[in-house]
Structure formats: structure tokens, C-alpha cells
Design a protein around this ligand. Structure first.
Ligand SMILES: Nc1ncnc2c1ncn2[C@@H]1O[C@H](COP(=O)(O)OP(=O)(O)OP(=O)(O)O)[C@@H](O)[C@H]1O
Length: 225
């Protein structure tokens, strides 16, 4: 599903955030990317979503070389990727339903099909009863779940999440990670950047460790203690 071959990313500032990174994530696998602040976790995810471009090396997604995707191809690529951010980036003047529906409107789906999918996504994250509310009437954890519903509504093959539990209390964080594991169980490939080591260990999934942009450890799920 994901293949990085000797990927480096140097920002315009001259800082090399990712250095000669090579790794693969298989179809339907779930993995965590961890490492110190500034290790390059967010940059790695941004390279996958073509928010940033590598300075060197190649990234393949489902066999497609991302270096060959031009500006015009980016929306199509992003429709295959569900993205979850720490700050969830919801539109505060739109209802929960409207927020989750947005990717489908952009995707051009018919209204009846959109409504069906939005409700199925909201049900998965346990928020069906909140569809008519505005996001700021919801708790932080609930808002984060709306962000997750929005990320999965277009049924992406790949779900990427950048510190999705960063500002949640520990119990909510466990719940959110549990949701990601459930998506993996139904076949979605899931890549989560997090620095929450206790939580990562608890999930017993593969862990890729970055240090100053380099891969320093890649621990298979069965070896996570
Ligand atoms: N747009 C940018 N321009 C210049 N440098 C950047 C840019 N984005 C990130 N960096 C630098 O690249 C390095 C990696 O940043 P990145 O955000 O990928 O790390 P991270 O592991 O996600 O960190 P954190 O856990 O603090 O979010 C950092 O040193 C950061 O300052």
C-alpha cells in the first residue's frame, strides 16, 4: 500500500526533516509512527498526502508513484486518503452532518447516497444523535470523532492521522485509538503519528520510530511489549 524508497525532505529553510527513509506498510496493516518532537512524523504524513513533496527518493501508494502525480491529480489522490488532524479542522459554522458530508460533496455524490454514508460514518463513531448540532456544542473528544467520521466517509483505503489524541484525556485517547483499530479490522490501512508511547504500546501494532528524520527502529506488532 505504502512504499518509501530512500526518501529525504529538506525544507526551504535548509532543514532536513526526513533523511533517506525507506519502509513499507502493507495493505490493511496498522502502524504507528513515533519519535521525539521534530523527528519528522508530520512531515512523513504530509509527504503521503502530497501536502509536501520529497527532495529525494520515491513514494508509492498502491503502486502509484506519487512523484508522477501533478497538481491536477492531487484532489483525486486525496480522495483515496482519509486524514485526521489533532486540531480536527472542522467548520464551526456548519452542522456535524455538513462537516462529515463535505468530502462527498466535493466527490460529486448524489444527495441521498451522501446522507446514507454520512449517517453510517456518524454511527460508527457513536455520534448519530448529534448530526444537527454545531461542532462547538460538542466536547473535544466528540469533535475529534466528527473529524474521524469525515475522514472515513468517502471509504478511503488509507487512513492517516497526525497526533489524533494529542489533546484528549487518556480514556478518550484509548477510545479513539480503538476506533482506528476497528477500521483496520475492516480492511483499511491505518498510519498514526503519535508520541504517546504508553498508548502506542497498549495498542500492540507495528511501531516505526523516527529520530531526526531517520528510521531508527521498526518493531513488528507481535514484538511490542
Ligand atoms: N514548513 C516547514 N519549514 C521548515 N521546517 C519545517 C517545516 N515543517 C517542519 N519543519 C521542521 O522539520 C522538522 C520535522 O518536523 P515535523 O513537524 O515533521 O516533526 P514531528 O515529529 O511531527 O514533530 P511534533 O511531534 O513536534 O509535531 C522540525 O525540525 C520542524 O521544525
Amino acid at each position: 500500500m505504502i512504499r518509501f524508497d530512500q526518501v529525504s525532505k529538506r525544507y526551504e529553510s535548509g532543514h532536513e526533516a526526513i533523511s533517506q527513509l525507506s519502509f513499507e506498510v502493507g495493505d490493511g496493516e496498522m502502524a504507528f509512527v513515533t519519535g521525539h518532537s521534530g523527528a519528522g512524523k508530520s512531515t512523513l504524513l504530509k509527504l503521503l498526502a502530497l501536502i509536501e513533496r520529497p527532495s529525494h527518493g520515491q513514494i508509492h501508494l498502491d503502486g502509484q508513484n506519487l512523484g508522477k502525480v501533478g497538481r491536477g491529480g492531487i484532489p483525486k489522490l486525496r480522495r483515496r486518503i482519509g486524514m485526521v488532524f489533532q486540531d480536527h479542522r472542522l467548520l464551526m459554522d456548519r452542522t456535524v452532518f455538513d462537516n462529515v458530508e463535505l468530502p462527498l460533496v466535493i466527490g460529486g455524490l448524489a444527495p441521498a447516497e451522501r446522507a446514507k454514508r454520512v449517517r453510517a460514518s456518524l454511527e460508527k463513531v457513536g455520534l448519530l444523535a448529534y448530526e444537527r448540532q454545531l461542532p462547538d456544542t460538542l466536547s473535544t473528544g466528540e469533535q475529534q470523532r466528527v473529524g474521524i467520521a469525515r475522514a472515513i466517509v468517502a471509504r478511503p483505503a488509507l487512513l492517516i492521522a497526525d497526533e489524533p489524541t494529542g489533546n484528549l484525556d487518556p480514556q478518550l485517547a484509548v477510545e479513539i485509538m480503538g476506533l482506528f483499530a476497528e477500521f483496520q479490522q475492516v480492511g483499511t490501512t491505518v498510519l498514526v503519528a503519535s508520541h504517546d508511547l504508553p498508548l502506542i504500546k497498549r495498542m500492540k501494532k507495528r511501531v516505526v520510530v523516527l529520530d531526526h528524520g531517520r528510521l531508527v527502529a521498526d518493531v513488528p506488532a507481535q514484538e511490542v511489549l
